[in-house]
Write a protein of this length. Structure first.
Length: 262
């Protein structure tokens, strides 16, 4: 994306001020952009969150994000990875295609949960789960005869790669014992409000979409989210007020440069 020849005064001033601040902090510790312990109570009152479907550890694993990341870092790290590794010559890479498919599968699995867990009593109620996982029985279901084989290769790959306990499910069916697996969603903080980000999409494309969908499908939004997550909160809020997210899409490369820690 090419930058306009001239930035609006408010953006240029804010970025210049941020550059001075970065120089002043050069000798100090690098900040990850996450709130400090002393700010947590204030942030908790004002920060909006969105739901990540399924266990967070599985989502982080599929997204290539460290398991040690805090919830406040998750979306900024996802946006960074999606921007850097998710697009090639205007097309989504396998990395981003798989992450998008994983999220859709996780949402389907959550429709099968009760009280945040997947419960299976036996052969009689397991079929809906198997269809989502991409497996079926090789030769019927019963004691000693509940061997699972691949039915849908794409779904089966996501099942195994995300760490779903398929072997435990198979053994439970073979021994006629109940199967239970915690499958909760996790709420993670976001920058600003979800509706502000979705407003970047054409009105016809917003129905049923979430910020997570946007970050998995829009490289410009990924770059802007990454850049803003690196700025200090005061500068970030000032830029959000004016010129706003839509116009900031044009300035994401400059924001990214000034937001880098020294």
């Amino acid at each position: 994306m090419k930058l306009p020849h001239r930035l609006p005064t408010v953006v240029a001033t804010a970025l210049a001020g941020l550059g001075v601040c970065c120089l002043a902090r050069a000798a100090g510790p690098v900040s990850s952009g996450a709130p400090s312990a002393g700010d947590e109570s204030t942030v908790a009152q004002h920060t909006e969150t969105i739901a990540i479907p399924g266990p967070l550890r599985s989502f982080l694993r599929m997204a290539g994000i460290s398991q040690g990341s805090t919830p406040a870092e998750v979306l900024s790290l996802l946006a960074r990875n999606a921007f850097l590794y998710g697009h090639e010559q205007e097309r989504k890479t396998e990395y981003l295609v798989l992450e998008d498919r994983y999220v859709e599968q996780a949402r389907e699995l959550q429709t099968l949960t009760a009280d945040g867990s997947i419960y299976i009593t036996g052969c009689g109620d397991v079929e809906p789960l198997l269809r989502v996982l991409g497996y079926h029985f090789e030769a019927g279901c019963g004691q000693g005869g509940a061997t699972l084989i691949t039915w849908d290769a794409e779904r089966a790959f996501l099942t195994m790669d995300s760490g779903f306990p398929l072997t435990k499910l198979e053994q439970s069916l073979q021994h006629a014992t109940p199967f239970s697996f915690p499958y909760p969603s996790t709420r993670v903080p976001i920058l600003f409000h979800e509706s502000d980000w979705l407003a970047l999409l054409p009105a016809r494309d917003r129905t049923g979409k979430t910020l997570l969908d946007l970050l998995l499908n829009d490289q410009d939004a990924d770059r802007l989210y990454t850049a803003l997550s690196r700025l200090d909160p005061e500068t970030r809020d000032a830029l959000f007020q004016s010129p706003g997210l839509k116009r900031l899409l044009f300035y994401a490369p400059a924001l990214e440069f000034f937001g880098r820690p020294l």
